[in-house]
Design a protein around this ligand. Structure first.
Ligand SMILES: CC(C)(COP(=O)(O)OP(=O)(O)OC[C@H]1O[C@@H](n2cnc3c(N)ncnc32)[C@H](O)[C@@H]1OP(=O)(O)O)[C@@H](O)C(=O)NCCC(=O)NCCS
Length: 137
C-alpha cells in the first residue's frame, strides 16, 4: 500500500463501513515503521489490509474487500498474505477487534483460526463494545 493508493482505498472504505476511517487514519498507520499494509489489485484496487506490530503482537488494524468482490477468497488471501509476512519475521501471535454486530467479519476471522479471547467495553465511538479475537501464528 502506497500513499497514492489512498483515494481508491477511501472509496472502498466509505462503501464498507458506517463509520469509515479518514485519510489521516490511514496515513497515520502507513507512517508507523512497524506496520505492513497491502492492497489487492485486479485492474483496480478492490481490497486492502493493514497490520501493525505492537509489543510483539500483530494487530489487524483494517481489512476490507469491495462489495462486488466478496466471497471469492480475496479477503482470505489478503489476511493470509499479511500473516505470512509476520510469520517470516518470527512473530507468533495476531489479534484484532471486531464489532459484535459484524457477523460476516466474525465468521471470516473464525474461518482463519481466530478465537474470541475478550471484550473491550465501549470501544467504538458509538459506544459499541469490541470483541477481541486472537490466533497463534
Ligand atoms: C470481512 C471481509 C473482508 C471478507 O472478505 P471476503 O473476500 O468476502 O472473504 P473470503 O471470500 O475470503 O471469505 C472467507 C470465508 O469467510 C467467511 N465469510 C466471509 N463473508 C461472510 C459472510 N458474509 N457471512 C458468513 N461468512 C462469511 C466464510 O467462511 C468464507 O468462506 P466461504 O466463502 O468458503 O464460505 C469482507 O466481508 C468485508 O470487506 N467486509 C466489510 C469490511 C469489514 O467488516 N472488515 C472487517 C472489520 S473488523
Amino acid at each position: 500500500m502506497n500513499f497514492d493508493d489512498l483515494e481508491s482505498i477511501l472509496e472502498i472504505e466509505n462503501e464498507c463501513f458506517k463509520m469509515p476511517w479518514t485519510k489521516d487514519m490511514f496515513l497515520s498507520i502507513l507512517s508507523i515503521p512497524n506496520s505492513y499494509s497491502v492492497v489487492y489489485e485486479k485492474y483496480e484496487i478492490i481490497g486492502y489490509g493493514m497490520t501493525l506490530l505492537q509489543m510483539d503482537v500483530i494487530h489487524i488494524a483494517n481489512i476490507a474487500v469491495g462489495k462486488g468482490f466478496r466471497r471469492q477468497g480475496i479477503g482470505g488471501e489478503i489476511l493470509l498474505y499479511l500473516l505470512q509476512f509476520w510469520m517470516d519475521l518470527k512473530k507468533n501471535k495476531a489479534l484484532l477487534e471486531v464489532r459484535p454486530s459484524n457477523l460476516p467479519a466474525i465468521s471470516f476471522y473464525k474461518k482463519f483460526g481466530f478465537c474470541k479471547v475478550g471484550i473491550k467495553e465501549w470501544y467504538y465511538p458509538n459506544g459499541e463494545d469490541a470483541i477481541i479475537m486472537q490466533r497463534d501464528l
